[in-house]
Design a protein around this ligand. Structure first.
Ligand SMILES: NC(=O)c1ccc[n+]([C@@H]2O[C@H](COP(=O)([O-])OP(=O)(O)OC[C@H]3O[C@@H](n4cnc5c(N)ncnc54)[C@H](O)[C@@H]3O)[C@@H](O)[C@H]2O)c1
Ligand SMILES: O=C(O)[C@H](O)COP(=O)(O)O
Length: 393
């Protein structure tokens, strides 16, 4: 029986895929094989020795201590693209809210509780509506920082809304490039992008390279009166520089999914409580993808969409399956194969993949590897984590 500890609200559409005969799923389970979670911060949590994998039902993994996981051989998965449409749709809402005072206008209407004559009310609305006038987004320039799963969708959507679109991404993946319209102008540095855009939307991960990326210099480079949209992560925007840019009127609106106390009460700040991925569809997509990836890893050792381990898959062929993670240095695989050869354990098929300092292997063998073989493999220099899985048709 595998044990999967859950955190946060994970859609039942995903959790329901775990077969209750083989999986025990729940909050606070002791000695879990895996965690499944959303934004739960794990940096201060002790990891049980039993932990093999963490599935993040979502995109951002800055809530997980990835280097520690890698060191311990814990595979971390995320669900690329599964919530991208939900974020894209909220970016449209953000741009509209930044351009027109929809929120102020609605609040004004709801404040007229003392009026009971429809005719009088209509006159008052017509007289006051000029206070809530705005601009259109068609014809404006939208800049996207990060053209991955979300950024590429936002870019294409900008074109459909009649905007000019420019994008900056120094590490654009081939798949993202295929998704992107050829009408998106590629810009080769952040400040050049900021200079030409009326709206700038951030779609990059929070990491050591992006923390504080939007700083005083970035705000100074921005087109005066521009709007910044942040559905990526709070820490990408330097808070002091942001407040200064709003105070000086250089930044017209800050639309963000990550409110901070100093922004409360400021009409230029349009703030949401981290709801970018909070749609039924996105929650289901993420939970289903995370669950499938986790089950395939626990039952077959296959790795799909990991953020710290190489993509590694091999079909089952009836044999016993040995999987192990190792430091990516010479001779480790050779030592393991020698252990098997010395015990006349025949290899049916194998795959060896590496990613930076880590390597991962799947070796299918004809006969069950006994405790002596497994002890010798686990003791081989460089081996971090070993598993053995029974045959499966
Ligand atoms: N508000 C929400 O609810 C919500 C929902 C989903 C994702 N997110 C955030 O959005 C981020 C992006 O999500 P995604 O699914 O598009 O991820 P993704 O991995 O598909 O795309 C990220 C892109 O950013 C690029 N990039 C990285 N560093 C960059 C830099 N310094 N400058 C320019 N480009 C850079 C990468 O090359 C990649 O193409 C996530 O990491 C997460 O933090 C927030
Ligand atoms: O990175 C993500 O996928 C988003 O920030 C969504 O986070 P959530 O799953 O906690 O809503």
């Amino acid at each position: 029986m595998y044990k999967v500890r859950t955190y946060n609200k994970i859609s039942e559409k995903g959790l329901g895929l775990f077969d209750s005969e083989r999986y025990n799923i729940g909050e606070g389970l002791e000695s879990p094989d895996a965690f499944i979670l959303r934004s739960q911060k794990l940096h201060d949590e002790a990891f049980p020795d039993s932990l093999l994998a963490i599935a993040r039902a979502g995109a951002g993994v800055n809530n997980i201590p990835i280097p520690d996981c890698t060191e311990k051989g814990v595979v971390v998965f995320n669900t690329p693209g599964a919530n991208a449409n939900a974020v894209k749709e909220l970016v449209v809402a953000g741009m509209l809210l930044a351009s027109r005072d929809v929120y102020g206008g609605m609040n004004f209407v709801q404040s007229l509780t003392d009026m009971d004559d429809a005719g009088e009310m209509a006159k008052r609305l017509e007289a006051e509506k000029k206070r809530f006038a705005g601009g259109e987004i068609a014809g404006k320039t939208l800049g996207i920082v990060g053209l991955g799963a979300i950024g590429s969708m936002v870019a294409n959507m900008g074109l459909e809304l009649g905007m000019s679109v420019a994008g900056f991404d120094p590490a654009l993946s081939v798949e993202a490039a295929w998704r992107l319209s050829s009408r998106v102008q590629k810009v080769d540095n952040l400040h050049a992008l900021l200079k030409i855009c009326d709206f700038v939307s951030l779609h990059i991960p929070a990491n050591e390279h992006t923390r504080g990326l939007v700083d005083d210099e970035a705000f100074a480079a921005m087109k005066p009166g521009g709007c910044l949209i942040n559905f990526a992560r709070e820490e990408i925007v330097d808070p002091e520089a942001l407040v200064k840019a709003l105070d000086e009127g250089r930044l017209h609106r800050y639309v963000a999914d990550f409110p901070r106390p100093e922004l409360l009460g400021r009409p230029e700040a349009i703030l949401m409580p981290h709801i970018g991925a909070s749609t039924a569809e996105a929650e289901q997509n993420c939970a289903v993808m995370a669950t499938r990836q986790l089950m395939d890893y626990l039952e077959n050792g296959n790795i799909t969409n990991s953020v710290n381990f190489p993509q590694t898959r091999m079909g089952r062929n009836g044999g016993w399956r040995i999987t192990f993670a190792n430091r990516n240095v010479p001779k480790v695989l050779g030592s393991v194969l020698s252990v098997l050869a010395d015990r006349d354990i025949n290899v049916i098929d194998m795959v060896n993949k590496s990613r930076g300092e880590i390597a991962y292997n799947i070796i299918d063998v004809e006969s069950e590897p006994g405790p002596g073989a497994l002890e010798a493999i686990a003791a081989a220099e460089g081996v971090i984590r070993l598993r053995v899985l029974p045959p499966k048709a």
